[in-house]
Design a protein around this ligand. Structure first.
Ligand code: ADP
Ligand code: ZN
Ligand code: ZN
Length: 807
């Protein structure tokens, strides 16, 4: 095609900016294309196909902006190519969602095309479960008698007569049935002959899948619940942050239900985020039962692809009042102007953070989404994240509502911390490894009383140390490709019990060697793992039989959401007496007959090289304890630990979150850690150690230069492109943010240093950390680095803003 032809082709055509679904950061926005005549109406938010690069490779992208007719595209018209087509899915994202995506792209430093691609579920893109219908009607010329038509048979005439009596247009198959045909073929001939006109209509079979549990009568709110409901309702119609802090069973869900009701009654829609793990039929059923006359859509990983497309389409078409879903449900395509409430339950859950680009935090995004929609955001937790706690208590940008009592009929479990080291020294029974006498006796008593037991150990596998038995030899089994120890697993699925080792980072597997490769002495395995607990349980309690009365619940046994749902159902029925597993069982479960909760080791999280180790330990211990005593009989929790005096454990046992939070915040303030400073972590990965180090050093130098340039320049008049001035967690329009800068860099660039796990799957890892008082300053540095083409996300670089992981 000649230049001239291209010129005439796009002259006068409307122009759009398209962001392609690639990791490339061409420019902050995207590339300019012309809309061909037949697509001239395409709005912002439409998914399209554009020719990319020299080869004009058809590439998926999104219209992120339509240029005004008078606007200068900044490149010669002749160079602008027409876009190829609208995506067959026909998807157009609502404007608010587009605005939200731009913020995510800027804040989390992820190209907008990639961000949009991750917002749209694959099932919707691939139109899975879409049905195509053919609707038919009588030809107008036949009706008014103006047309000439070929002759038809008597039966065909009969079909036309039948159709004349029916509401039209009608589905082809329905007409065939009404006219007594066994196939559609004779009718298709009527279409060919012009008697009938046919139109195609595609739709997604959209039904509600939230199944209501037993409809429970609504309890009368307690005074504390009512106070929270009243205060939050007052903010309907405007952005306001609320934190509902109450132990498990204090009635937070009841508050959510009342607010959801009110939001819908006002004619607006709501998003309720819950952690993936608690999206059990139990939770969803309870909410759906109480909101039985409302339309509740559900989004979680247990859905089939077709169901996901259904639920999404339903939401986009405005067919649902409420969406209950996991992290990504914050991207629910709620029609513009209709979002009236956002709720995040268990807001402290690390599972809200996405671990691939865009590495967004569902809770922080929820705050931003509510801000864009000008509606209230409600965060709820028994153990709020210190970020949210500081926002409520320190900065007072969010209103705190305390629920101090468990709902009527629920008891506070008595928590005992057992000094496991001391217990083991007393017992001196080599077979007692994991379940000490205190826990064992309590379990015995519980079983004798007909109660059920939950047992937590947050570590999969059989044992996590494999080493030489000779103390003079220092061989330890580590992964060939990772800087990490191998974990021993036992496979009992076959005829013989087989021990093998697996790396939990790259998933490499090998048989367990009998002898040390260095000195030939036997190999020993020690440490902790759920499989080993299972083994010890069946030895200690003959009544516990794995798969019948005992069930292990971890990532290895629960491969799909269905397995997990089945397990919970069997536990609910009482068939299973003891449920043992990882943190999967620590959260959200509500079984009245659980009278004892045991934590095999509270120390697993403490060992992590992470400043949040204490916070995680507190959360885990209190969450799991809260699972006991949800029925009439009192509940009890027993926590085994080698470090029983650790404040996180001691304060969790006495249910004293506020004291723990105060101490922990003091430490964070002193060490200048989040939430007092904001952080971004850049991880460089490369198979060559030298290359990795060199690239890290170069990127570090460039970031230092950018940070320095900003600190001497004038302060920004407005937050960076696309609203990068994230206000999440920092006071909206805080005076400090607009104070004139001093010359000392406002963004500290730390590193480069070797990551705590120095190598994973054969790749060396180096990190750079950015720290600043305000998120907006970090955003500015990242935005400039992107503009300079320094941040190409992918195998070799990850950018993690507000990171939760420190490894
Ligand atoms: P949370 O979400 O804080 O764990 P829930 O809202 O699930 O607490 O409440 C725990 C239990 O107490 C539920 O069975 C709920 O139906 C019941 N409940 C909640 N509020 C009340 C109330 N005001 N009166 C009586 N029962 C209540
Ligand atoms: Zn490995
Ligand atoms: Zn050895």
């Amino acid at each position: 095609m000649s230049l001239f032809a291209a010129n005439t082709l796009t002259e006068n055509l409307p122009l759009v900016v398209v962001a392609v679904e690639r990791a490339v950061d061409r420019s902050p926005d995207g590339l300019t294309y012309a809309l061909p005549k037949e697509l001239a109406h395409l709005p912002e938010g439409a998914r399209v196909e554009v020719p990319l690069g020299r080869g004009e490779t058809p590439t998926a992208g999104w219209i992120v902006r339509r240029l005004a007719a008078t606007e200068d595209p900044g490149i010669p018209r002749a160079k602008i190519k027409p876009l190829l087509a609208q995506d067959p899915s026909g998807v157009v994202l609502p404007g608010e969602l587009m605005q939200f995506a731009r913020w995510i792209s800027a804040y989390y430093a992820c190209p907008i095309g990639m961000t949009l691609a991750s917002i749209l579920p694959a099932a919707v893109r691939k139109a899975i479960g879409r049905i195509e219908r053919t609707l038919v009607d009588l030809a107008p010329a036949l009706v008014d008698g103006t047309g000439q038509f070929p002759r038809i048979t008597k039966r065909q005439q009969h079909a036309l007569d039948v159709l004349a009596t029916l509401p039209r247009p009608i589905e082809l198959g329905d007409l065939a049935e009404a006219a007594g045909y066994s196939s559609n073929e004779p009718l298709k001939r009527l279409v060919a002959s012009g008697h009938l006109v046919a139109t195609k209509k595609t739709s997604v079979e959209a039904g509600f899948i939230a199944r209501a549990g037993n409809v429970a009568p609504a309890p009368t709110p307690t005074a504390e619940q009512q106070a929270a409901i009243t205060a939050i309702s007052r903010d309907f119609g405007q952005f306001a942050q609320h934190l509902v802090f109450g132990v498990t069973g204090s009635g937070k869900t009841e508050i959510y239900i009342r607010l959801l009701e009110e939001c819908v009654a006002r004619g607006t829609r709501a998003i309720l985020l819950v952690p993936e793990i608690s999206l059990t039929p139990q939770t969803v059923g309870r909410i759906a039962a109480r909101l039985a006359h409302r339309k509740v859509a559900v989004l979680h990983s247990g859905l089939t692809e077709a169901q996901r497309n259904q639920q999404w389409t339903l939401l986009r078409e405005g067919g649902a009042d409420i969406v209950v879903g996991a992290r990504s449900a914050i991207f629910a395509p709620i029609p513009d102007g209709s979002l009236g409430l956002v709720i995040v339950d268990e807001e402290h859950e690390p599972g809200y953070k996405q671990d691939s680009a865009p590495r967004y935090h569902g809770r922080d995004c929820a705050i931003r989404r509510a801000q864009l929609a000008k509606c209230p955001i409600v965060l709820g937790s028994a153990t709020p994240s210190l970020e949210s706690w500081a926002n409520a208590v320190d900065r007072r940008i969010s209103t705190l509502h305390r629920l101090t009592k468990r709902a009527p009929g629920l008891n506070t479990p008595k928590v005992t911390v057992v000094d496991f080291g001391a217990e083991r020294r007393e017992v001196r029974d080599r077979r007692v490894n994991l379940i000490g006498p205190t826990l064992r006796e309590a379990m015995q008593r519980t079983f004798a009383d007909g109660g059920q037991v939950l047992l937590l150990l947050n570590r999969r596998g059989y044992a996590n140390y494999i080493a030489c038995s000779d103390p003079r030899c220092d061989w330890k089994f580590t992964c060939r490709d990772c800087d990490a120890g191998m974990v021993c697993h036992v496979d009992e699925s076959g005829a013989v019990r087989r021990s093998y080792v697996r790396c939990h980072h790259c998933l490499a597997e090998q048989l367990l060697p009998k002898n040390c490769p260095d000195c030939g002495k036997p190999v020993t395995v020690f440490g902790l793992g759920t499989q080993r607990v299972e083994e010890e349980l069946t030895r200690l309690f003959p009544s516990l039989v794995e798969g019948e009365t005992l069930l292990r619940v971890d990532g290895d046994t629960m491969q799909t959401a269905q397995h997990f749902h089945d397990a919970l159902e069997r536990f609910g029925k009482g068939e299973i007496r003891c449920l043992m597993g990882t943190q999967m069982i620590a959260k959200g479960l509500d079984f009245p007959n659980v009278r004892l909760v045991g934590v095999v080791s509270a120390d697993t999280a403490l060992a992590l090289p992470d400043f949040r180790a204490g916070e995680r330990t507190f959360q885990l211990v209190s969450q799991v304890s809260g699972r006991a005593g949800r029925g009439e009989k009192p509940g009890r929790a027993i926590i085994q630990s080698f470090e029983p005096e650790t404040p996180a454990i001691r304060l969790a046992a006495t249910h004293d979150f506020e004291k723990f939070a105060a101490q922990e915040l003091e430490d964070r303030r002193q060490f200048q850690l989040p939430p007092y400073r904001r952080m971004a972590r850049l991880i460089l990965r490369h198979p060559g150690e030298t290359e990795c180090a060199e690239r890290a050093a170069a990127l570090h130098a460039a970031l230092v230069a950018i940070a320095r340039a900003f600190s001497v320049a004038e302060p920004p008049s407005a937050p960076g492109a696309g609203g990068a001035g994230a206000q999440v967690g920092s006071p909206v329009g805080s005076p400090a943010a607009s104070r004139a800068r001093t010359v000392a860099p406002t963004v500290e660039v730390r590193g480069p240093s070797v990551c705590p796990i120095a190598r994973i799957a054969g790749k060396y890892r180096r990190q750079i950390e950015l720290l600043a008082d305000h998120a907006a300053d970090i955003s500015r540095v990242l935005a400039e680095a992107r503009t300079q083409g320094l941040l190409k996300l992918g195998e070799e670089l990850a950018v993690d803003v507000d990171p939760l992981s420190a490894v």
